[in-house]
Design a binder for this molecule. Sequence first.
Ligand SMILES: [Zn+2]
Length: 279
Amino acid sequence: MTFCDYREVFFMYQSEGTGRERKGEISQRRKQNEIIIITILAVIMTAVMFANILENPKISDQSANEKEKMEKISNKTKTDGINNKKNKEKRMINKNDWMLVLVNGKHKIKENYDITVTPVGYTQAIDERCYDNLKNMINDCRNAGYNPVICSSYRSHEKQVLLFENKIKDFIGQGYTRKEAKKKAGTVVALPGTSEHEIGLAVDIVDVKYQLLEENQEKTETQKWLMKNCWKYGFILRYPKDKQEITGVIYEPWHYRFVGKENAKMIMKNNLCLEEYLE
Ligand SMILES: [Zn+2]
């Protein structure tokens, strides 16, 4: 029974009693009974009013709980959606895509790897399929007020062999045996057949005012801009500081690898290296 029903009964009884009083037909005892009943009704009504007041917060709490539950379900659905999307995106990665070719110490370049390079300036070259992206990145970096210089790009296998041999000679000159020198050379120059430069998808870019290939390169304004924006042009910083264990290559804040815009965005957004992205 609701509050309104009680009130209705009370008013009906009061109306009836008033009529009988006017006719003088009600005994004193009946009057007393009426007072008792009215008092009881008044108490019940008051109790119901209090019950309603107390009940409201409960309803409110219940609503809050239900709301919270609904939000949790809604959030879970959203999270599931994101996970599904992520999985879907991951499933959609085509490892055979030319722009995702994995080249590292464990993955040598295939013998029949085909490549068409296009010149970049007078001394550099890159896979023709990412030429426009590289050109736009360099131009935008310059327009932002910085001075990027490409110091290395496509290298033929023969050139990589020569670089590696020269590095071995350097270490032998420092007193190492040939075996030791070869091992040490492998830590700074990629073994021929395992360098991304041989597939024309990598460029080394430095600041015109600071052209040393060392960790301090990351402090130049050019490098800061490139690290922040490279993904917009489909490039990634290929050998990040915190991924050396996985890439097997030292931190190189100058080596950029083309992987395509969508892949670069995913890799950058999720703080991955190429090995992690493709696993
Ligand atoms: Zn490089």
